[in-house]
Write a protein that binds this ligand. Structure first.
Ligand code: SF4
Length: 585
C-alpha cells in the first residue's frame, strides 16, 4: 500500500439528526478510487438510496479531495456529490477557493454530511474536533453577510474555508448554490437547497495541519515543472489576462453566444459586456484559489454615489465570468455593465446559481411577451435589458413571493409544465444549460453530464474545433467516441481534484509524475483503466436511479436557433447519446 494514501484516508462522518460525528479509516476507498469524484461516488452509493428524497434527511452531501490537493499547482478544487433536487439524480458540483486545502490540512480526504438538524446550525470542523453551532442568528442572513459574520466568529484565518448558503438555500430554491470564501461556488445542481433542507447554514473547515512528504526532492522537481508550465502556458495567460469573459467576443463572432432566451447566437451589444470592456472599465483586481498561480478570478469595483451625500460613494466588489455574463447578460438582452454587475451582486447575496436563474428569467420574459403569463404572476414587468426589474425578480424568486415565484424556484421545466410555453423552455430534464450554442456535440454532452457544466466533457470546444476546420460533423460513432473518452479521462482529473482550466497541463504523463513523486506506483494504463471504471460506475448509479438519457428531449428552441454548425438534427444527437451509453452500460 502507498503510505501517502493514509494521509487522505480519514473520512469524517457528520450526522446532523443525532448531532454526532466520527472518523473512519477508508483506506480501502482511497486505494482503489484515488480520491475526489472516484471516492465520492462510492460514498454516495453507500449513503444515498435510490428512493431518497433529494430534500429529505436521507440525502447526503459528500465533499472529497484527492492526493494532490493542497500540494500541486491548481489542485485546488473540491468535489461535492449529492442527489440533485433539480433532476432527482446523483449529481456533482465543484468549487475552489480554499476548500480543498482546508479539508486536506484538517487531515481528511472526505466529509460526509447526512441527516437533518431540527434547528439551524453551522459546523466548525478541525482536525480533532467538530462543533455544532447554533445558526439561529445567521438564518435569514444573505450569503455575503453570513460570510462576514463567520469570518469574525470562527478562528483559523488564512487556513479555513467558509461554505455557506444565502436565503435562497434556506427557502429551498432548487437551484440555490453554496458559496465558498468570496466569489467561488458549488454553483450547479442545487447543493444550496440540500444544505437548506438539512438546516445547515454553513460549513467552516479549518485546516492548519501538515504532512511529511515521502520524497521531498521528487516533489520539488515535479512541482517546479508543473508551476512553470502553469504560469507560462498561453491558456493560463488568457485566464489571467481577461478571465473566462474573454470568451464573449469569439462566441458572438461565430454565432454561439446565447441571446434573449437562445433565440439567437449573436448579441448586437456583445462588445459592451466583453472581457475586454470589463477589464478596461471596471476590473479592480484578480484573485486566485489556493495553490493556483493563474488567478483567473476577475473582480470588478462598482461605485454608487449616495443619494443624500454628494461625492460620497459606496464601493462594492463583484466577480465576473463568462457564464454569468451569458446567463443574465446576453440571454436577458442586458448590455449595461453596471446593471449586470448589480445583478451579479444580488445573485451572490441571495445564493442562487446564475445559469439556472438566467434561464428562468429569460423564460419569464418571453412568456410575458407572448401573453402566456401576465403581471398578475410576475408582479412587475420583465423586459429584455431591464436590469432593475430583473433584480426585483431575483429577490421574488428567493423569497418565493407568490405561487408563480414558488414554481419559478423549481426551474424552467416546472414553469413550462404549469403555465405552458414549452416551445421556449430551455432546460434539459429540469437543468438549464451552460452558455455555448456551439453545436450538436455540446448538446449531446449536456444530456449525459453530471454537472451540466461546459466542463463535463468540454464538447463545446470540440464543436469549435469542427467549426475552425471547415464544419463537417464527425460520424455519430466518432462523436460518441471523442466525447466519451474526454469525459472518462476527466474522472481522473476530478478524482485528483484538478481545476479543469489546468487540464492541458495535467496530461497523463504529468499526472503519473505527480503521483509517483508521492510514491504512488501508477502507469498511464492504470489511470486509463481507473478513468473508465469511475465513469461507468457513475453512469450506472444514475441509471439505477431511473435516469434515461434517451428520454431527454432537446429543447425545441435549441433546435430552431441555428448553431455555427447549422440547425441541430435531433436524430444525430440521439444516435450520439445512444452510442455513448452503449459502451458504458
Ligand atoms: S484557474 Fe481560476 S478557478 Fe482554476 S484554480 Fe486558478 S483561480 Fe481557481
Amino acid at each position: 500500500m502507498v503510505e501517502w494514501v493514509k494521509t487522505l484516508s480519514r473520512v469524517l462522518y457528520i450526522d446532523l439528526t443525532r448531532k454526532m460525528c466520527w472518523v473512519e479509516d477508508r483506506t480501502d476507498l482511497f486505494e482503489e478510487w484515488l480520491g475526489g469524484i472516484g471516492v465520492a461516488t462510492q460514498l454516495y452509493r453507500e449513503e444515498v438510496s435510490k428512493e431518497a428524497d433529494p430534500l429529505g434527511p436521507e440525502n447526503a452531501v459528500i465533499f472529497s479531495v484527492g492526493p494532490l490537493s493542497g500540494l500541486f499547482p491548481m489542485a485546488s478544487k473540491t468535489v461535492a456529490a449529492f442527489k440533485s433536487p433539480l433532476d432527482g439524480y446523483f449529481a456533482e458540483s465543484h468549487a475552489g477557493g480554499r476548500s480543498a486545502s482546508a479539508i486536506r490540512y484538517a487531515g481528511y480526504g472526505a466529509i460526509v454530511i447526512k441527516g437533518a438538524s431540527d434547528r439551524p446550525v453551522y459546523l466548525v470542523v478541525e482536525s480533532e474536533k467538530t462543533r455544532f453551532r447554533d445558526a439561529g442568528a445567521l438564518w435569514g442572513m444573505n450569503s455575503l453577510s453570513a460570510g462576514r459574520v463567520l469570518r469574525e466568529v470562527t478562528g483559523g484565518a488564512g487556513f479555513r474555508t467558509i461554505a455557506r448558503i444565502g436565503r435562497a438555500g434556506e427557502r429551498l430554491v432548487h437551484y440555490a448554490c453554496v458559496t465558498t470564501e468570496t466569489y467561488r461556488h458549488f454553483g450547479r445542481m442545487g447543493l444550496g437547497a440540500v444544505f437548506g433542507s438539512k438546516n445547515l447554514k454553513a460549513l467552516v473547515i479549518i485546516g492548519s495541519g501538515g504532512f511529511k512528504l515521502p520524497n521531498v526532492r521528487a516533489y520539488r522537481e515535479t512541482y517546479r515543472n508543473l508551476w512553470e508550465l502553469a504560469v507560462r502556458s498561453p491558456v493560463a495567460k488568457k485566464y489571467h489576462d481577461l478571465g473566462t469573459a474573454e470568451n464573449v467576443m469569439p462566441l458572438n463572432e461565430i454565432g454561439a453566444l446565447p441571446t434573449r432566451n437562445f433565440s439567437s447566437g449573436r448579441f448586437e451589444n456583445a462588445e459592451d459586456i466583453s472581457g475586454e470592456e470589463f477589464a478596461r472599465n471596471v476590473l479592480a483586481r484578480r484573485v486566485a484559489c489556493s495553490m493556483c498561480p493563474v488567478a483567473c478570478i476577475h473582480v470588478a469595483a462598482i461605485r454608487e454615489e449616495y443619494e443624500d451625500e454628494k461625492y460620497f460613494f459606496k464601493t462594492e466588489f463583484v466577480s465576473y465570468d463568462y457564464e454569468p455574463i451569458y446567463a443574465v447578460g446576453s440571454n436577458l438582452g442586458i448590455c449595461d455593465r453596471f446593471g449586470l454587475l448589480k445583478i451579479f451582486h444580488v445573485l451572490e447575496a441571495e445564493g442562487v446559481d446564475v445559469i439556472s436563474t438566467g434561464a428562468v428569467l429569460a423564460w419569464c420574459t418571453e412568456a410575458l411577451e407572448k401573453g402566456i403569463i401576465s403581471e398578475n404572476e410576475t408582479i412587475i414587468p420583465l423586459r429584455w435589458g431591464d436590469w432593475k426589474n430583473y433584480i426585483k425578480a431575483i429577490q421574488y424568486i428567493s423569497e418565493q413571493a407568490n405561487d408563480f415565484y414558488k414554481t419559478a424556484a423549481k426551474g424552467v421545466q416546472a414553469l413550462a409544465s404549469k403555465y405552458g410555453g414549452r416551445d421556449f423552455a430551455v432546460s434539459f430534464n429540469n437543468v438549464e444549460p451552460a452558455g455555448y450554442h456551439t453545436g450538436p456535440l455540446f448538446i449531446s454532452s449536456l444530456i449525459i453530464g453530471f454537472r451540466h457544466s461546459h466542463l463535463d466533457s468540454g464538447a463545446y470546444s470540440m464543436d469549435q474545433k469542427i467549426i475552425m476546420s471547415g464544419g463537417k460533423l464527425p460520424s455519430t460513432s466518432e462523436a460518441a467516441r471523442i466525447i466519451r473518452e474526454e469525459e472518462a479521462w476527466r474522472q481522473v482529473l476530478n478524482s485528483l481534484v484538478i481545476c479543469l482550466f489546468a487540464r492541458g497541463l495535467y496530461g497523463k504523463e504529468n499526472v503519473v509524475k505527480a503521483l509517483n513523486s508521492l510514491d504512488y506506483n501508477l502507469s498511464e494504463d492504470d489511470l486509463t483503466r481507473l478513468a473508465w471504471k469511475i465513469y461507468t460506475t457513475k453512469n450506472k448509479q444514475k441509471i439505477e436511479e431511473g435516469f434515461d438519457p434517451l428520454g431527454i428531449k432537446v429543447p425545441k428552441r435549441l433546435l430552431e436557433t441555428p448553431t455555427p454548425l447549422g440547425s441541430i438534427n435531433e436524430q444525430y444527437i440521439r444516435e450520439v447519446v445512444e452510442k455513448i451509453f452503449d459502451r458504458i452500460k
